[in-house]
Design a binder for this molecule. Structure first.
Ligand code: IPE
Ligand code: IPE
Ligand code: MG
Length: 228
C-alpha cells in the first residue's frame, strides 16, 4: 500500500441516520442518536490521526423543512450535545467553530452555541468546524451582502473568502459522504472547488475508524492536479 497522506482538512457529510434506523425498525431519532455517537468517535479518530481541521455537516438549511418532530428532536440533541460534550473537546484542546445561520435554531439554542464556541475559540489543537443550519448558497449570498455593507467595490478570491462563515479555515482536502448518495447537498459549495470526493454506501451510524482510514487511504492514492 502507498504511504498514507493525512489530509489537512477532512469534511464529512454524515448521511444515512434515517435509513439506518428504518432498517432496524427504529424511529429516525434513534438513528440520529446513534449518529451522534459516531460523530464523537470521528472527532477522536481525526484528532488521534493528527488531522488539523475537521468539518461535519450536522444540519442543513433545507433540513429545517423536515417534519417538526424530527427538527425539534435534532435541535434538542444539539442542545444536549453542546452541554455535555464541551468538556471533552476542552480536554483535547479542540477549537470549536460553528458555521451556518444558527439563529434558525431559535434564540436560546443559538445563544448556547455561541457561548460554547467562545469558550472553545482559543484552544490551539484540532479545529472542529460544525456546519449547523448551514447552506452553501446562503453562505455565499450572506458573504456578498456583508461585503456590500462593508462598502467593498471589488473583491479578490482571498478577500471574498474572508466574508464566508469559514473565514480563516482552509478549503477541505477530502470530502466524505456516507449512505450512497453521490451529491453535495449544498455543502461547502465555494470551498469544495478542488476537494477530493469520497463516497461510501456505509450509513453514517456504521461509519467507524476503519472506514475513516479506508477513505484516507483512498485519498492517499489520488493525484491532485488543480488543473495543471
Ligand atoms: C443525516 O441523516 C442526518 C441529517 C440530515 C440531520 P438523514 O436524516 O438524512 O438520514 P437518511 O438520509 O434519511 O437516511
Ligand atoms: C445532507 O443530507 C445534510 C446532512 C447530512 C446534515 P440530506 O439527507 O439532508 O441530503 P439530501 O436530502 O439527501 O440531499
Ligand atoms: Mg439524508
Amino acid at each position: 500500500m502507498e504511504k498514507r497522506t493525512i489530509p489537512n482538512h477532512i469534511a464529512v457529510i454524515m448521511d444515512g441516520n434515517g435509513r439506518w434506523a428504518k432498517s432496524r425498525l427504529l424511529p429516525r431519532t434513534a438513528g440520529h442518536l446513534a449518529g451522534f455517537d459516531k460523530f464523537v468517535d470521528l472527532v477522536k479518530s481525526c484528532d488521534d490521526l493528527g488531522i488539523k481541521y475537521l468539518t461535519v455537516y450536522a444540519f442543513s438549511t433545507e433540513n429545517a423543512s423536515r417534519g417538526s418532530d424530527e427538527v425539534s428532536a435534532l435541535f434538542s440533541l444539539a442542545a444536549k450535545a453542546v452541554g455535555g460534550y464541551e468538556s471533552k473537546l476542552m480536554a483535547r484542546n479542540i477549537r470549536g467553530v460553528v458555521v451556518g445561520d444558527i439563529d434558525m435554531a431559535g434564540e436560546k439554542l443559538a445563544e448556547t452555541i455561541r457561548g460554547c464556541e467562545e469558550r472553545l475559540a482559543s484552544n490551539t489543537g484540532m479545529t472542529l468546524c460544525i456546519a449547523f443550519c448551514y447552506g452553501g448558497r446562503k453562505e455565499i449570498i450572506s458573504a456578498i451582502n456583508k461585503a456590500i455593507k462593508n462598502g467593498e467595490a471589488e473583491l479578490t478570491e482571498e478577500a471574498f473568502s474572508r466574508y464566508l462563515y469559514t473565514a480563516g479555515i482552509p478549503d477541505p482536502d477530502l470530502i466524505i459522504r456516507t449512505s450512497g448518495e453521490i451529491r453535495l447537498s449544498n455543502f461547502l459549495l465555494y470551498q469544495s472547488a478542488y476537494s477530493e470526493l469520497y463516497f461510501t454506501d456505509v450509513l453514517w451510524p456504521d461509519f467507524d475508524k476503519a472506514q475513516l482510514e479506508k477513505a484516507i487511504d483512498d485519498y492517499s492514492g489520488r493525484k491532485r492536479r488543480y488543473g495543471r
